[in-house]
Ligand binder design. Structure first.
Ligand code: KG4
Ligand code: ZN
Length: 431
């Protein structure tokens, strides 16, 4: 079976061809990082428009690379959500148009399922069952993975995701976008023991076995530390200027442009309630000196890594499993990998990561998830009826829900083309 994978949930256009027997045949990725950098975060409208430009050339490219004709493709897998509504709609439309024209299934894939299964693309993959630590810009979850489609949530963040905490803290330190890799790089030059930052919910885990995470307090602790260590530098800092939108008004959440209700981001980064002198320092771009910033970055990274490692090991103990899979953008963090490698080895456990290139968003993981779902006969086949449009539902968080009209296709039962724009939902629940 030859599967075309399409990922357009946020700021990367990922396209891949995956064969159920021959493995990954070709993949192409375009990152919009440079485009969004100027605004300090993802601008959803720009993201959608860019996906439109990038999808078709990359589909042509992967086909040429493998020599496959369009008619060789057996199914199209695409990211159905969670993600940015307009961005998801691009991938969904292309996938369903292709599937409709070719008379093949279109499979809507949960973005996190793609991340979760991405270590199976490696040459030495884990075997089911395993525990997965999903650490991305929008999610932090521990799951028990029994098989494709059998996911049990063990714990998740109650506030910021790990990647979001990296990004927001990087923003506080005046680092660019995306913040995670920049902060990790700076942390490499600092002393992790210099500042003692909180390890949120660790003590609770030891007391009650709770595997949830919380990272917003850690970010606040860094914010306080930065204020204490302020040095006015007389240069207007990019980190604290209001986020600009090319479309007028304030941009969408600058640091986590990943579908958080507007207004809950940024606020925490602004120096509200600061004494006037400190405010003036911040407004003038005051920052701790370079060595101090590196120490803060290293201390922050160590705190997050401590929590992620401890909870992952505890999840293995609780489930009695001996394989840990790490997926999502933060899985690229070297310090996290070093610590997990060492501590799992000490306990006779194994840890698996996706290749670096498949840690962040990509089409290969979506194509793979599609192939595995087809193989396991688990279909979220959306090519049954045509549903158009998305509308705001009465959702207090401002989340978007899907509403559709069913239009019978010629000579066939009604076809459903769905994209799902709920900001976040459990893998274990259906969309
Ligand atoms: O999985 P991903 O590409 O997108 C989402 O689905 O969210 O993850 C992106 C997140 C961002 O928050 C980014 O800052 C973080 O992963 N990230 C890192 C590193 N590389 C990417 N965080 C820490 N260290 C890294 N090396
Ligand atoms: Zn992702």
């Amino acid at each position: 079976m030859l599967i075309l994978g399409i990922e357009t949930s946020c700021d990367e256009t990922g396209i891949a061809l995956y064969h159920s027997e021959r493995g990954l045949l070709a993949h192409a990725l375009h990152t919009q990082m440079a485009m969004h950098e100027e605004y300090g975060g993802v601008v959803p409208e720009l993201a959608s428009r860019d996906h439109i430009r990038r999808v078709l050339p990359r589909i042509r490219w992967v086909r040429r690379e493998d020599g496959a004709a369009l008619t060789d493709i057996d199914a199209v897998a695409y990211t159905q959500g969670p993600g940015l509504a307009g961005a998801l709609l691009v991938g969904t439309s292309v996938a369903n148009a292709l599937a409709f024209t070719l008379g093949i299934p279109a499979l809507g894939i949960h973005h996190l399922e793609g991340h979760l299964l991405s270590p199976l693309l490696a040459s030495n993959p884990p075997r089911f069952p395993f525990v997965a630590l999903l650490v991305s810009g929008g999610h932090t979850q521990l799951m028990r993975v029994g098989a494709v489609g059998a996911y049990e949530l063990l714990g998740e963040t109650v506030d910021d995701a790990a990647g979001e905490a990296f990004d927001k803290t990087a923003h506080l330190l005046g680092l660019g976008y995306p913040g995670g890799p920049a902060l990790a790089q700076l942390a490499g030059q600092g002393r992790a023991g210099k500042y003692k930052l909180p390890r949120p919910m660790l003590e609770q885990m030891h007391r009650t076995g709770n595997l949830d995470f919380s990272f917003s307090g850690l970010k606040t602790a860094v914010q306080l530390l930065v204020r204490q260590r302020l040095r006015p530098q007389g240069v207007v800092g990019a980190s604290l200027r209001p986020e600009r939108s090319p479309l007028g008004g304030l941009a969408n959440p600058a640091v986590d442009g990943k579908l958080r209700p507007q207004g809950d981001v940024g606020a925490s980064l602004r120096p509200e309630r600061s004494p006037p002198g400190e405010l003036a320092n911040l407004a003038a771009g005051g920052q701790p000196d370079a060595a101090d910033k590196a120490d803060i970055a290293a201390s922050f990274q160590e705190a997050i890594v401590d929590v992620l490692v401890a909870k992952s090991l505890y999840a293995l103990e609780q489930t009695g499993l001996n394989q840990l899979v790490v997926a999502g953008g933060v899985g690229a963090n070297r310090r996290l990998r070093e610590r997990l490698d060492r501590e799992t080895a000490e306990q006779g456990l194994s840890v698996f990561y996706p290749e670096f290139e498949f840690c962040t968003d990509n089409g290969a993981m979506i194509a793979l998830a599609g192939a595995l779902r087809l193989g396991a006969e688990l279909r979220n086949d959306t090519s049954g009826a045509l549903r158009l449009g998305a509308a705001l539902r009465d959702n207090p968080s401002g989340a978007l829900g899907v509403q559709g009209a069913t239009i019978p296709a010629q000579d066939s039962p009604a076809r459903t083309y769905a994209f799902t724009v709920k900001p976040r939902w459990d893998l274990s629940t259906s969309v």
